[in-house]
Design a protein around this ligand. Structure first.
Ligand SMILES: [Zn+2]
Length: 338
């Protein structure tokens, strides 16, 4: 019993703060809902805040919840790992056993035959999440963990063609609707192949001219946050697949996106490449990491040539910059695709 308690404590410390776990109270099915955004669960770093919160908490009730948590964990050894960015806009890669069922905040997560799975957290994700793993033999493991609260800058862009910002004509609205339907259809399926599992390279090397999640003010009008990362590069610069995948959409003339490719990396993880001057792939085509999929351009809603790369996991926008890491100084020598 002692050993088990230590194990439970270790788990809690590893994945969350005790105070956060108690505050969330995600011990029962009915309590498994996440707090609303803004109902901040304390950070692991803010030990002072945690201590004062624990002091304020009703001690008996807190102990009761810990006891219940131990019941939940008892007989459920640590049977999965989760690595990555537990942050707004982050992705984390999981490994469990074959046949296990994984549920993130009440939503089923795809698990492949090797027990691999992927979870992501949108820009405005709540600041804690609950992962439940149900094993084939009936054991259940639950872990709540904190999601890092990120700050996003504001970016003003002027000089855009006003017809791409607002006051759309009937004809333009019709084109936007057609484009939207194409994207929706392309996103209706995914593959079970874990093409994300070996990591991501930058598709283009260059100066980062726009970051994920920034509040956009376009020609003076507040718009939705920036969905991806912008890399400035001359028109015609080749765009390399950052990871393998299946092309789901390859269009040369979308209203906002211009030349657009959607690449399915498996498990509902998708890359979108926008504003391309040239599209070299076709829907259904499989590409390997490093294959050329097209070229940088200035098509769609832009002020100059750049690659806009955005990523979605299960419909949530995630930050490619977290996944691809530090931009290299110069393009690596590519060996495939030529
Ligand atoms: Zn962009």
């Amino acid at each position: 019993m002692m050993k088990q308690s230590l194990f439970v404590a270790g788990l809690l410390l590893a994945f969350s703060s005790l105070a956060g776990a108690i505050a969330q109270g995600a011990d029962t099915e009915t309590e498994a809902k996440l707090p609303a955004p803004g109902a901040k669960v304390l950070n692991t770093e803010s030990t002072d805040k945690e201590k004062s919160m624990l002091r304020r908490a009703d001690f008996a009730e807190a102990m009761q919840q810990v006891a219940e948590r131990q019941k939940v964990f008892s007989g459920a050894p640590e049977m999965f790992t989760l690595e990555g960015d537990l942050a707004q806009g982050g992705l984390a890669f999981g490994q469990t056993e074959r046949g296990a069922k994984v549920i993130l905040d009440g939503k089923d997560v795809m698990v492949d035959n090797d027990g691999r799975f992927l979870v992501g957290f949108g820009r405005d994700s709540a600041l804690s999440a609950l992962l439940v793993v149900e094993f084939p033999d009936g054991r259940v493991e639950r872990r709540s963990f904190e999601i890092e609260d990120r700050e996003f800058p504001t970016q003003r862009i002027d000089g855009l063609d006003q017809s791409k910002v607002s006051g759309f004509t009937e004809e333009q609205l019709a084109k936007i609707a057609v484009d939207s339907a194409k994207k929706k259809a392309a996103r209706a399926e995914t593959q079970e192949l874990a093409d994300w599992s070996l990591g991501f390279d930058w598709p283009v090397v260059g100066r980062i001219s726009g970051v994920f999640g920034s509040q956009r003010i376009l020609n003076g009008e507040p718009k939705r946050p920036h969905s991806g990362v912008d890399v400035a590069a001359p028109t015609g610069t080749p765009i390399y697949a950052p990871a393998p995948g299946v092309v789901r959409l390859a269009e040369e003339d979308m209203y906002f996106e211009g030349g657009l490719v959607l690449l399915d990396h498996g498990h509902w993880l998708e890359s979108a490449f926008l504003h391309m001057s040239r599209v070299d792939v076709e829907p259904g085509q499989r590409v390997e990491k490093g294959d050329i999929i097209g070229a940088v351009g200035a098509t769609g809603r832009v002020t100059g040539p750049h690659l806009h790369w955005s990523m979605k996991w299960a419909g949530e926008l995630v930050d490619p910059q977290l996944i691809a890491g530090i931009m290299p100084k110069e393009a690596p020598t590519r060996t495939s695709g030529d």
